[in-house]
Design a binder for this molecule. Structure first.
Ligand code: NAD
Length: 355
């Protein structure tokens, strides 16, 4: 099979880590008999430098004409003082909107080989955890009515949380489908004791649950969830939640894994075409030094194989090769704890050798 992949390398370490993932994908293609065709497009600061815009039209058109998109990271000090509409980060919102992506999948998994990186208590670490957070990406308070007005105490600002039944139904189905492929447990997180949007969220999620009798559904209030993530993370399989709660909880979950260079993500919409990217930024402090950990991007490519191309065996082969490299003690500087550190290229070679 042939698959067209748009590459958005971006800025900082973006090009280094995307190139590593491309090498791994090429190796998987050779092993399993697929052809991946890569086309690079500009995004972020490098796009501003070349075209004056963080998200050129050719980039959007190229992504929409591809089967899937792999993104590195954008941004850096060079562009930090530009006005809001010209900031590299604007391109991320723009490309997600153009591709109509409404789901963000963020796994947070503790690698047995990296237990020492986990900041939690030893007895909690021993139990391990493997969580998939399903965050709604296009609704809620980040997109609701907002503004300034004169209030009881003078100038005030407001933001509005709004969710439609349709938006809740579609994200709930994604989450139930995801739980069905994993350990069949779904925790829906809301603030139904206070918020009307959460009460609709809870009602609709329970209606959809009737379509998935094989998946166990649990409700949890967001304040409790924030506690439970550090108290007993092994209780979670799949979590589904709104845009803002998901933003905060997925960052909390990433921190308990202890390794920002290891975490992949996927943004999905109604089609198979997704946007896959590491959760970390462009790490300008280590850019161009060959120190970046490419694993989050390599695992993002593995998610692409699974979710966009239905290549489950090929995806699993990448995950297994990464696991093996870690078990064999191979580390980049961010996870080496002062021990021997491999370069971006060296760890990529080792992962490819274990495919
Ligand atoms: P960052 O994630 O880039 O870096 C935080 C720290 O983690 C740094 O010390 C960095 O060296 C380290 N780090 C991150 N990824 C690593 C990797 N793969 N291997 C080894 N070490 C890694 O966050 P920041 O420093 O707050 O932001 C830097 C720039 O990235 C800013 O311009 C910010 O706006 C941008 N940013 C972009 C995205 C994105 O493109 N999705 C996300 C977050 C931040």
């Amino acid at each position: 099979m042939q698959y067209k992949i748009a590459l958005l390398r971006g800025d900082g370490i973006g090009p280094e880590i995307v190139d590593s993932a491309v090498r791994v994908l090429k190796a998987v293609g050779e092993k399993f008999g697929h052809e991946f065709l890569f086309t690079p497009y500009l995004i972020g600061g490098s796009a501003i430098d070349a075209t004056g815009k963080p998200l050129p039209e050719e980039t959007v058109a190229g992504c929409l004409a591809s089967d899937s998109v792999l993104l590195g990271a954008v941004g850096g000090p060079k562009w930090d003082t530009l006005p809001g509409h010209l900031r590299p980060e604007k391109a991320l919102l723009g490309i997600r909107a153009a591709m109509e992506l409404f789901t963000n999948l963020r796994p947070a998994k503790l690698y047995p080989a990296l237990k020492a990186e986990c900041p939690l208590r030893e007895d909690i670490v021993e139990k391990g955890f493997d969580i998939m957070i399903v965050r709604e990406l296009t609704g809620g308070i980040y997109f609701g009515d907002r503004g300034y007005r004169e209030g009881k105490y003078g100038e005030e600002a407001f933001d509005t949380e709004c969710y439609s039944r349709m938006e809740i139904e579609r994200i709930a189905r994604v989450a139930f489908d995801c739980a069905r492929k994993r350990r069949k447990k779904l925790t829906s997180i809301d603030k139904a004791n206070v918020l009307e949007t959460s009460r609709l969220w809870r009602k609709v999620v329970h209606e959809i649950a009737a379509e998935y009798p094989d998946v166990e559904l649990q409700d949890m209030l967001v304040d409790n969830a924030a506690m439970q993530l550090v108290r007993n993370p092994s209780q979670f399989d799949v979590i589904v939640t709104s845009n803002m709660f998901g933003d905060i909880l997925s960052d909390e979950a990433s921190q308990i894994t202890g390794s920002i260079g290891m975490l992949e993500s996927a943004s999905l919409g109604n089609t198979k075409r997704g946007l896959y990217e590491p959760i970390h930024g462009s790490a300008p402090d280590i850019a161009g030094q060959g120190k970046a950990n490419p694993i989050a991007t390599i695992l993002s490519a593995a998610m692409m194989l699974l979710y966009s191309f239905d290549l489950a065996d090929e995806s699993a082969a990448i995950v297994k090769a990464v696991d093996k490299a870690l078990e064999d003690g191979l580390r980049t500087a961010d996870i080496a704890r002062g021990g021997e550190a491999l370069s971006t290229t060296q760890i990529t070679d080792e992962i490819i050798a274990r495919l």
